[in-house]
Ligand binder design. Structure first.
Ligand code: G3I
Length: 341
């Protein structure tokens, strides 16, 4: 990746001492991060749910520990995220928060204080932020509303405020809108909603630098070439439209759900590797893409296992290393995509 002027990264996590998690404190996981990564991102610890026990307090203990480890190992960290604009992912207290007699002013203060406090705390140590995460409803492309956005006036204005505030508080940083619209069938409304949002940001002069393309991929069968031939036209039109507006692209959360493949491990791993390679080859044709982050290095800690277990109960294999930390074909496929081998 470095030879190509790019970076490969992964999410990492905090954990209770001795717990088995994808944490910097887990020596086996730390080894993988140090060996393969040029960039890290916290899986959960920078979210409002983690940092904001209440409307008036912050708890930076976990994320500070992660930043300290990353700094000690000279690994840059990107921020995820400053506003996950869905009721489900805001802290519980937010939905019942009393915005008082001047709700727009109170909402503005709450959001500006959050973003400014986080950005100022980490300063130039963080050079890229997912300022807003997943604000578009996949089914119809409209924006979610939250108690915060209803108090402030509209979801558009709330997202705009988040980006303007981040630009002021972290003028050095790349500001990213991050979402999971993907190339698999059934995502056309989601992609259209994201496109409309990014067009709106441009039209209103909102400081957004890049689209975070999460890339939680789902294999569609063993014939990777046929799958990609079926998907790539619409996908390229989408990425072309984004880059034509001047946005950079970041692959922020790559992993692969091994669906529609034979159950045998070798065949599943090969299917995942081929799909990853095909996707990266297509994406690497865009010079606007510099950073590729995995949503976890090993199958052992992947969120997919809890989110969508396989019907046959076999362990999911979405990451480049298996649950015993052995490199899988996906690892070789990523390396080959970078070197063009
Ligand atoms: O840490 C608590 C633990 O103390 C508690 O006992 C346990 C009981 O549920 O919950 C633990 O918190 C969980 C946390 O993961 C840490 O494991 C939360 O319930 C759970 O909701 C949370 O899930 C995370 C999810 O985002 C929601 O924040 C996943 O780990 C994380 O991989 C996932 O990441 C998201 C990105 O942020 C945005 N894009 C999609 C991606 C995958 O869903």
């Amino acid at each position: 990746a470095a030879a190509k002027g790019m970076r490969l990264g992964s999410c990492f996590a905090w954990s209770e001492p001795g717990a088995d998690r994808g944490s910097f404190a887990n020596p086996a996981y730390a080894r993988l991060l140090k060996r393969d990564c040029g960039l890290l991102v916290p899986e959960n610890e920078m979210k409002w749910q983690a940092l904001r026990p209440s409307a008036t307090t912050f708890d930076f203990a976990r994320f500070d520990a992660m930043m300290a480890w990353a700094d000690a190992n000279a690994l840059p960290v990107r921020g995820h995220n400053l506003l996950w604009h869905q009721p489900k992912w805001m802290p519980k207290w937010e939905e019942s928060h009393d915005f008082g007699a001047t709700p727009a002013r109170a909402a503005e203060q709450l959001l500006v204080r959050h973003i400014t406090t986080v950005c100022q705390r980490y300063g130039t140590r963080i050079r890229s932020y997912d300022v807003v995460n997943e604000a578009v409803t996949p089914a119809d492309g409209t924006l979610y509303t939250t108690a915060l956005s209803r108090a402030f006036g509209s979801p558009e204005a709330t997202l705009d405020l988040a980006f303007h505030t981040a630009r002021t508080a972290a003028p050095h940083a790349q500001l990213v809108y991050n979402d999971y619209m993907s190339w698999e069938p059934g995502n056309a409304q989601h992609r259209a909603g994201v496109l409309k949002l990014l067009e709106g940001f441009k039209a209103r002069g909102v400081p957004v630098d890049a689209l975070g393309v999460q890339s939680h991929l789902v294999t569609q069968g063993t014939d990777t070439r046929a799958t990609i031939a079926a998907l790539e036209g619409e996908w390229r039109r989408f990425i072309d439209a984004i880059t034509a507006m001047g946005y950079a692209i970041v692959i922020t959360e790559l992993d692969v759900r091994d669906n529609n493949l034979p159950a045998e491990v070798a065949a599943r791993d090969q299917g995942v590797a081929d799909f990853t390679r095909g996707y990266l080859d297509l994406m690497f044709a865009y010079p606007a893409l510099k950073d590729v982050l995995l949503w976890g290095m090993t199958d052992r800690y992947s969120w997919i296992e809890g989110f969508e277990p396989r019907k046959d109960k076999a362990r999911r294999r979405p990451c480049p290393y298996d649950a015993a930390f052995a490199a899988k074909p996906m690892h070789a496929a990523i390396a080959a995509a970078f070197t063009g081998a």
